[in-house]
Design a protein around this ligand. Structure first.
Ligand code: IPM
Ligand code: MG
Length: 368
């Protein structure tokens, strides 16, 4: 049997330097756990534009369709701000999501005990926080037609369309119900059914699936604006949240920051199962390319390392090894190792990107 495969697209900004640390982790699992993964690397975002004039080359897209999983770093940077919209680095990422049909985006917001003090909320509000946001990723206002900037009555008008079919709502809702079952069995569905028809349909479809196929899961509904408020007021009321593409984008940033740092949070984007029963999948940190600190060895590699842990769990059937890696990251934090994003300015000297990576490797060694 051939080894499982991974395509690494490190991308821009801090992407490449955090990916160096993930390569160390992959090598560790090969050497110490006999877990062999065939890794290939390619370009995405600004890096791909620099070489090919496009943020995602067709050959890279084809490779992404073939592998068991893609691990992406980050895309974008000020050098590309003036590019035409159609070739901006972000378009590479959106093309991957769309063409791989990665409709279910899992964004956990977990507060590590060692970091509870670091949240902008009071410690007691966030200690032990464990939310899973399931964001629809291939439809809604990100992709709906018509879209564009048009001329109307002598002035320009910018148009995007919020559009959801029943089947698009159905499949992401089912993913969320399944996940809720593996967690605390509570699902909160978020839309704005008070002002949007797409929200009315969303609520109807989710309610029907819940009643028919997941009566054991406690289902609630919330308007998106209220959800934003509740996330900041009392985040621990949530277990699993399912929502559309745009609300999910916003609410997941909000939830992420509750945990103290964007630098800690991974994500998984899952599509329809392939022949081998595994979903098409892409894993990426929630943070962006952070051009202000790129190339300085300051970036926190944990979000990308934890994204690889999600790949171990969802794409490679290695739940126990995923647990091992997550525990290693948690141990490192508990031991007080901190990259700059996890400390107050002017505190003790922060760990560099590679020191953080090495500390995780050491914790992995100790786990044996
Ligand atoms: C995210 C990002 C992307 C999005 C950008 C980079 C296109 O904000 O993954 O949350 O808006 O989906
Ligand atoms: Mg976002």
């Amino acid at each position: 049997m051939s080894n499982p495969s991974l395509l690494i697209l490190a991308g821009d900004g801090i992407g490449p330097e955090v990916m160096v640390e993930v390569r160390k982790i992959i090598d560790w699992f090969d050497a110490k756990r006999d877990l062999k993964i065939d890794v290939t690397e390619d370009l995405v975002g600004g890096a791909a534009y620099d070489k090919h004039g496009t943020p995602l080359h067709d050959d890279t897209m084809a490779k992404a369709q073939e592998v068991d999983a893609v691990l992406l770093g980050a895309v974008g940077g000020p050098a590309y701000d003036d590019l035409d919209f159609s070739i901006k680095p972000e378009r590479g990422l959106l093309r991957l999501r769309k063409e791989m049909d990665l409709f279910a985006n899992l964004r956990p917001a977990q507060c590590f005990d060692a970091l509870a003090d670091f949240s902008s909320l009071k410690k007691e509000l966030v200690a032990g926080l464990d939310i899973m946001i399931v964001r629809e990723l291939t439809s809604g206002s990100y992709f709906g037609e018509p879209r564009g900037i048009f001329k109307e009555n002598g002035e320009r008008v910018g148009i995007n369309t919020q559009r959801y079919t029943e089947s698009e709502i159905d499949r992401v809702a089912r993913s969320a119900f399944e996940l809720a079952r593996k967690r605390d069995n509570r699902l909160c569905s978020v839309e704005k059914a008070n002002v949007m028809e797409s929200g009315i349909l969303w609520r109807e479809v989710v309610t029907k699936i819940g009643a028919e196929d997941y009566p054991d899961v406690e289902l609630s509904h919330m308007y998106a604006d209220n959800c934003a408020m509740q996330l900041v007021r009392n985040p621990k009321q949530f277990d699993t949240i399912v929502t559309d593409n745009l609300f999910g984008d916003i609410l997941s940033d909000c939830a992420a920051m509750l945990t103290g740092s964007l630098g800690m949070l991974p994500s998984a984007s899952l599509g329809v199962p392939m022949e081998n029963g595994k979903p098409k999948a892409m894993y990426e940190p929630v943070h962006g390319s952070a051009p202000d600190i790129a190339g300085q060895g300051k970036a926190n590699p944990c979000a990308t390392i934890l994204s690889f842990a999600m790949a171990l769990r969802y794409s490679y059937d290695q739940g126990a090894e995923a647990d091992r890696l997550e525990a290693a990251v948690e141990k490192v934090l508990a031991d007080g190792v901190r990259t700059a994003d996890l400390m107050q300015a002017g505190a003790a000297k922060p760990a560099s990107t590679s020191e953080m990576g090495n500390a995780v490797i050491k914790a992995l060694d100790e786990s044996l």
